[in-house]
Design a binder for this molecule. Structure first.
Ligand code: PEP
Length: 258
């Protein structure tokens, strides 16, 4: 079973959110995947009401503050998100890191907050184009992972990692399946070093960056890719459902094996 997650970013008001769920049709293999949607927090209640009719879709928020309450104008906290219907939270998305200047330390504090309130963190890591060109992919993704591993690896609670190369997000460029597999291998190796085989085997590592219905199967078939985090293509219920209905391809021959 793969994880198919949709990050709506700053799209989809409450009315658009209700419409999305009205139009979402998940027959066939789509029902076998774990489906997550991350609406803007203002649309979370509308999504919870609409998705409540369809237990196959779980919800998350795109960001939280590390404190539970207080004078933090414009922020939302983990307990608020949980009360409003979220079970998951994206933490350290590249737009948070690179547009809003979120640091590794802040990402780690948010992971702690998520754990305190039983939200499943989906921690995003990934290199910029300059870092890739400089051969620094491993160094960057391991630094980002190491910042959160002490918190993540303590205890039994579930967490996910999303490898999202910054240069592939919203650009139409995707990592090749081999590039994705290489980064996932690096991350999984570190999970194994931190928490033994159990952690390396159990933690789902998603790929994100311009995933669309026409490239999802190839990326989802890549070694070590346990799911996808989808931005733009998750806004349309037809393309989100098409990605959720992916079928494995033989990456050598390019032929579907089912
Ligand atoms: C994202 O927002 O995490 C993302 C991968 O966006 P897109 O699919 O649009 O590149």
């Amino acid at each position: 079973m793969a994880v198919i997650a949709g990050n709506w970013k700053m799209h989809m008001d409450p009315a658009e959110t209700r419409r999305f769920f009205d139009e979402l049709s998940l027959e066939g293999p789509a029902g076998d995947q774990e489906l997550l949607i991350f609406p803007p927090s203002i649309s979370l209640v509308a999504a919870a009401e609409a998705a409540g009719r369809d237990a196959r879709v779980q919800l998350g928020v795109q960001n939280i503050h590390w404190e539970d309450r207080g004078a933090f104008t414009g922020e939302i906290s983990a307990p608020m998100a949980a009360t409003a219907g979220a079970s998951f939270v994206l933490i350290g998305h590249s737009e948070r890191r690179h547009v809003f200047g979120e640091t590794d330390e802040e990402v780690a504090r948010k992971v702690d907050a998520a754990r305190r309130h039983d939200l499943v963190p989906v921690v995003c890591v990934g290199e910029t184009l300059d870092e890739r060109k400089a051969g620094r992919v491993e160094e960057v993704v391991l630094r980002q992972l190491d910042a959160v591993l002490p918190s993540l690896a303590s205890g039994e609670a579930r967490f996910l990692i999303a490898y999202e190369p910054v240069w592939a997000i919203g650009t139409g460029e995707t990592a090749t399946p081999d590039d994705a597999s290489a980064a996932h291998r690096t991350l999984r190796r570190r999970l194994g070093e931190a928490g033994g085989g159990g952690l390396a085997d159990e933690v789902a590592i998603l790929y994100g960056g311009s995933v669309k219905p026409d490239n999802a199967a190839e990326l989802l078939s890549a070694e070590g890719v346990d799911g996808v985090l989808v931005g733009g293509a998750s806004l349309d219920p037809v393309s989100f459902a098409a990605i959720a209905r992916w079928q494995a391809v033989d990456t050598h021959s390019g032929l579907s094996d089912v």
